[in-house]
Design a protein around this ligand. Structure first.
Ligand SMILES: *Cc1c(COP(=O)(O)O)cnc(C)c1O
Length: 433
């Protein structure tokens, strides 16, 4: 009935998450409010981890792509579940460090890491720096030499595979700001350079073809392309690289008609491709890394808002405006993302009305969604937007000087705040006259 397993309806006809009444949560904490179910997050972590055990005999690692939702609590959850962690900035790295995340399981990504970030990665002894380009490679080698260290690296490679997803979240094709191209030998030149560098240890390759992908084939295709490149490297240099990081991007159910692949099926099919191609090429199966972000936290979260004005424009549309918007969820304004929404205090009623759910920011494009089917909505209702656990809080801003909402985490139905609400004082903290 709902897009996520952690959602339900109770005897009052209220939406529940993790067994808790969302109206009670909205009353206790106010709105807007992000609510996440930790049990759902832990289930997703355990499921991916189980697949690595089943299909790769444990010779692999699931790293949580923390950009999807980064705070201390989620880093700790990933750590406790035995996952590794992807970071893409010094801020995410610092957050991981602050909870004692084992640095050997951290992968530092990004297409333009600053010297400060590379130095921090060396100082913290981050296990893998995923080098994007030759400028970074050169810089890292020099910085590592200055610190008398050796940097363990992977190269980000563009496998040239088209993933069927929005162009802003597609990354595997040649026209991408991320990674080294196989075409024209750019990636091979980087490998040959790296092998000569005294302060670089090249451990493997990485690719990530995009996000919110529903098909298995692009993942199989990119795995095969990457393995062929590993074989080429072996032929050219005699070295068999030990790590193959296949990236993340597994789609989740935002709308009821979405039909994501069971993650275990993806893992199974890709492992079969990996097995077959390794055999064909005479390679040992590398240590396989996968990097889910959205699919770990997305389905576990919802956002609760209070409806203010409802504006019915005859023969045009009805706008229902909420007390948040692009400041806490910019995904619609970024790429017309779609969500299910419902009136949380009328969750058992049929969704009979079509509305545009609007935010409160001063942009006409500040919408949560258009043409959304929802229960009859009035001022004062609590609206829940579903599957907002990924790329909402982490993409939030203070546009219009709106303080960020808090994040409440539920574990076995017990609520706790894991990110406090921003205060007005927080907003002016860094202002100087
Ligand atoms: C964003 C990203 C991911 C996670 O993508 P999801 O779609 O959230 O699973 C994994 N790896 C890299 C390198 C990324 O940039």
């Amino acid at each position: 009935m709902f897009v996520s397993d952690c959602l339900g309806v109770n005897e009052h006809g209220h939406l529940t998450i993790g067994g808790r009444d969302t109206i009670e949560l909205a009353q206790r904490y106010g709105t807007p409010l992000y609510v996440m179910d930790e049990n759902e997050i832990r289930r997703a972590c355990a499921s991916y981890k189980g697949s690595i055990e089943r299909y790769y005999g444990g010779h692999g690692l699931v790293t949580y792509a923390s950009k999807a939702f980064c705070c201390k609590a989620i880093c700790k959850i990933a750590m406790e579940e035995g996952l590794g962690l992807d970071v893409v900035s010094i801020g995410e790295l610092y957050t991981a460090k602050s909870v004692g995340f084992p640095m050997d399981k951290v992968f530092f990504h990004g297409n333009n890491k600053t010297p400060q970030e590379l130095l921090a990665a060396l100082e913290y002894e981050v296990g893998q720096i995923v080098v994007d380009n030759l400028v970074e490679l050169e810089q890292l080698n020099q910085l590592a030499a200055s610190q008398k260290k050796t940097a363990n690296i992977l190269f980000r490679v563009k496998p040239g595979v088209e993933a069927h997803t929005h162009k802003f979240i597609r990354t595997g094709q040649i026209d991408s700001k991320f990674g080294l191209a196989l075409e024209g030998g750019e990636a091979m030149r980087a490998v040959l350079e790296a092998i000569k560098m005294p302060n670089i240890h090249l451990k493997g390759l990485h690719c990530h073809i995009g996000s919110q992908i529903f098909d298995i084939e692009p993942f199989q295709e990119s795995a095969a392309v990457m393995l062929r490149f590993l074989a080429d490297i072996k032929k050219e240099t005699g070295k068999e690289l030990e790590i193959l990081d296949l990236g993340g991007g597994f789609g989740i159910k935002y709308l009821e008609e979405h039909d994501p692949v069971e993650y275990d099926q993806y893992m199974k099919k890709v492992s079969q491709t990996v097995g077959a191609v390794c055999q064909e090429l005479g390679l040992n199966t590398p240590f396989i890394v996968i990097e889910p972000g959205r699919s770990i936290v997305g389905p576990a979260g919802i956002t609760l808002y209070t409806v203010g004005a409802v504006k019915e424009i005859p023969n045009v549309r009805t706008y229902a405006s909420v007390d948040g918007g692009m400041c806490d969820n910019p995904r619609y304004i970024l790429y017309q993302s779609e969500y299910e929404a419902l009136v949380a205090n009328k969750a058992s009623q049929p969704r009979s009305e079509k509305i545009t759910l609007a935010g409160k920011c001063c942009e006409s494009g500040d919408l949560i969604g258009e043409g959304m089917m929802i229960q009859p909505v009035q001022s004062g209702d609590i609206v829940a937007v579903l599957a907002t656990g990924a790329y909402n809080y982490s993409m939030s801003s203070n546009y219009n000087r709106i303080p960020r909402p808090p994040v409440v985490m539920l574990r076995d139905g017990e609520d706790r705040v894991v990110v406090k609400a921003e205060t007005l004082e927080d907003l002016i903290r860094n202002d100087l006259l």
